[in-house]
Design a binder for this molecule. Structure first.
Ligand SMILES: C[S@@+](CC[C@H](N)C(=O)[O-])C[C@H]1O[C@@H](n2cnc3c(N)ncnc32)[C@H](O)[C@@H]1O
Length: 212
């Protein structure tokens, strides 16, 4: 049996998978991210999962090239249904695993933005390191990374996220909610010294990384 890649029960509608968590967070995520994307630009989404966030953000944009990706085959089958429904906006998914060395070498296009939701706490820390390293390699000077999920804030961490982190570590000792200062440090090492923090529902945040 393959190891779990998500935490909640999901429903399937043919190949399309529906996550109740993504159903709750996709519109708030779109509220924040869609206005920041310059029309016509190219977005690389890492760990796209079911595709619900890609669909919600792109629905708000007249023109965008949104490249989904996921190393999980079932997720890619779900993502493919959105590529077929919204051709020209959502591209067929790529099989990208950001822990693989040189994962960006497989990309044939340039991208202006990267987005990643709910991945770095449900993966070994190497996934965060690979994500930041790849962003540093492929994004232009004006590029930005949108990173959504729960984060810890030292003594000011939400108790619910501390408890969540303990539950994650009990499942897999390499998982866990990351300290925001650590995440910012890792992105700064890849050249993303700017970080804007947006509060989101249910003690989540979006960290928006830029090079200035
Ligand atoms: C909890 S799901 C989140 C999916 C979606 N972004 C969301 O918020 O609903 C975590 C996703 O991370 C993906 N993932 C795990 N490790 C990864 C890695 N090393 N590189 C890229 N994606 C990874 C999994 O396949 C899974 O689809």
């Amino acid at each position: 049996m393959k190891p779990p890649i998500h935490l909640e029960d999901r429903e399937s509608l043919g190949a399309r998978i529906v996550s109740p968590t993504a159903a709750r967070n996709c519109e708030p995520i779109a509220d924040v991210i869609a206005p920041l994307i310059v029309p016509g630009r190219r977005v690389l989404e890492i760990a796209s999962g079911t595709g619900q966030q890609a669909a919600a953000v792109t629905a708000r944009l007249k023109t965008v090239h949104w490249q989904t990706s996921d190393p999980d085959a079932d997720s890619r089958a779900s993502l493919q249904t959105y590529a077929e429904e919204f051709p020209g906006k959502i591209a067929p998914p790529l099989n990208l695993d950001v822990t693989k060395p040189d994962w960006t070498a497989r990309l044939s296009s340039r991208y202006d933005y990267m987005m990643c939701a709910n991945m770095i706490h449900i993966a070994p820390v190497e996934a965060l390191l690979g994500l930041a390293d790849g962003a540093g390699k492929i994004l232009p000077e004006s590029g930005a990374v949108f990173l959504y999920g729960p984060f810890l804030f030292g003594e000011n961490s939400a108790q619910s996220n501390l408890d969540f982190s303990d539950r994650l570590k009990a499942r897999d000792a390499r998982w866990g909610v990351r300290e925001s200062d650590f995440v910012k440090h890792i992105f700064a090492k890849s050249g993303f010294t700017g970080c804007k923090q947006v509060d989101m529902p249910a003690e989540n945040h979006i960290l928006i990384f830029s090079r200035s």
